[in-house]
Design a protein around this ligand. Structure first.
Ligand code: FES
Ligand SMILES: [Fe+2]
Length: 472
């Protein structure tokens, strides 16, 4: 039975029960109050008629604009319309920047001050290189309109990303070779080129070659900027990064339901995290933390200190998970199979249960497809290193078109809150290059994931080293 049929069958079942309940309660009322059922029905009809009449006549009345009640009603109506739009129609956009969450205020410092201090004093640990090779999500496609250019700083690069007048996206090194202006800071998009805002040299998006210098016909061969490979898939602009400039060795797969509109976009979350990039995908193979960090009910919040609140102990998230590397030619993909259940007093709540298949595609993309009571959908996760130890993690949710917006938003908020629990761990830890694993299948799985992730580094991948400095 498909999810849609299951949903219809459940609705019919619930409505039948409701009708039976009304019929029985009507009959009981008739017995107890000794009112004939017909009179009872007429009573309801009369009441409904009165309410309807009052509503219609209130609409026909010329409002008394001198009365304060008129303004109270107008404001209430506007707030209600806005609330309805916000809950049921507007896609979610939940953004948590560095210092908003995941730090614990120390002494007299604010959370933001502590965040600053923690970032400075942190021990880096023995980290792998900071920018792995692979495809990285620069931004969602809807952020870049035709003829628009944006500066993107990531992976140690400063890029001018623009959508040309034909709709194609390009990513060029941002600095003009003439005198160093940033092409995206005021540069115009003309045809398939971007024009420098300083002296109007033009550069072609496809290969970064200079095609026009307004005051000479002699364009030097070396007048070009580096052009980076970009692709647009599943509503994202992805950039291929390789420290040695190697061409893409694998591609980002399409999701048919997203490309054809079978699944629709219902929102996004964005978290800025202070951690090495590898910490984030590694979470997928860390099955022990699932039960511990993500076990307590979300009602208890995302603060690790208070989420064990006993008032919420009646509810619990339960997880089962397994991770494995896919065979060649998809060795760059790791697959996580997961089930999530919510129990109340030990009883499973069926419409919260999610069966998940997550594919980690390279170092920085996750396609997390799920099946739930309300239908199928996916979370799409991208991680982008904005600095060596600062990651921007974005989740999008796409679901079957008939799934109500507020249900998709609840799933998305649940996912975001679980991520926010991880953020408190990530923001405060060091990367442990030599972990003290114990003999167990759980720790072996993390080791396996580390070996898999190692394929995305090469000899020249940029590294960071701890600076032992004394500050006075
Ligand atoms: S700096 Fe770009 S044209 Fe002069
Ligand atoms: Fe986690």
């Amino acid at each position: 039975m498909t999810q849609k049929k299951y949903f219809i069958a459940m609705s019919l079942f619930v409505s039948t029960i409701a009708i039976l309940f009304l019929a029985v309660s009507g009959a009981v009322t008739e017995k107890i109050l000794d009112i004939p059922l017909l009179d009872f029905g007429l009573l309801w009809a009369k009441a409904a008629h009165n309410v309807q009449n009052r509503f219609i006549s209130s609409l026909m009345e010329v409002p008394d604009m001198t009365s304060p009640w008129f303004y109270v009603k107008v404001v209430t109506a506007l707030i209600s319309i806005y609330g309805f739009w916000w809950i049921f129609l507007r896609p979610l956009n939940r953004v948590r920047k560095l210092g908003d969450i995941g730090y614990i205020a120390e002494g007299e410092m604010t959370v933001k001050e502590t965040a600053n201090f923690v970032q400075k004093r942190r021990r880096v640990g023995t980290t792998p290189p900071v920018y792995p090779n692979g495809w990285f999500g620069l931004m969602e496609s809807f952020y870049l309109k035709k003829g628009e250019a944006k500066t993107v700083s990531c992976l140690g690069l400063n890029l001018a990303v623009f959508r040309d007048e034909y709709g194609n996206v390009h990513a060029l090194d941002a600095y003009c070779p003439h005198m160093g202006a940033n092409l995206a800071a005021g540069g115009r998009v003309l045809g398939d080129c971007i024009e420098c805002p300083f002296h109007a040299w033009r550069f072609r998006g496809e290969d970064g070659k200079c095609t026009r210098i307004p005051y000479t016909d002699k364009i030097p061969e070396v007048a070009r900027v580096k052009s980076w490979p970009v692709r647009e898939v599943t509503g994202w602009i992805f950039l291929w990064y390789h420290c040695d400039g190697a061409e893409p060795s694998w591609s980002v797969p399409e999701i048919e339901d997203v490309e054809t509109g079978g699944w629709v976009y219902k929102g996004r979350t964005e978290h800025h995290i202070n951690a090495h990039i590898q910490e984030i995908p590694e979470n997928g193979a860390d099955v022990v933390h699932l039960g511990h960090v993500h076990g307590p009910a979300l009602g208890a919040g995302v603060d690790l200190r208070t989420m064990w609140n006993k008032w919420w102990s009646f509810a619990e998230h339960k997880w089962t998970a397994g991770w494995e590397q896919c065979p060649e030619p998809n060795g760059h993909v790791g697959q996580l199979v997961l089930t999530h259940k919510l129990t109340l007093f030990g009883l499973e709540i069926p419409f919260i249960t999610l069966a998940v298949r997550a594919r980690q595609i390279g170092p920085a993309i996750v396609y997390l497809e799920f099946e739930s009571f309300f239908g199928k959908g996916m979370f799409l996760q991208t991680v982008l290193p904005m600095a060596p130890l600062t990651q921007r993690v974005v989740h999008n949710i796409y679901v079957s078109s008939w799934m109500p917006m507020f249900i998709a938003k609840l799933y998305m908020i649940g996912e975001a809150m679980q991520v926010e629990r991880d953020v408190m761990i990530w923001n405060n830890k060091q990367y442990e290059g030599k972990p003290m694993f114990v003999k167990s299948k759980e720790d072996t799985l993390i080791a396996k994931h580390r070996r898999w992730y190692g394929q995305f580094y090469s000899e020249n991948s940029p590294k960071i080293f701890q600076k032992d400095t004394l500050e006075f």
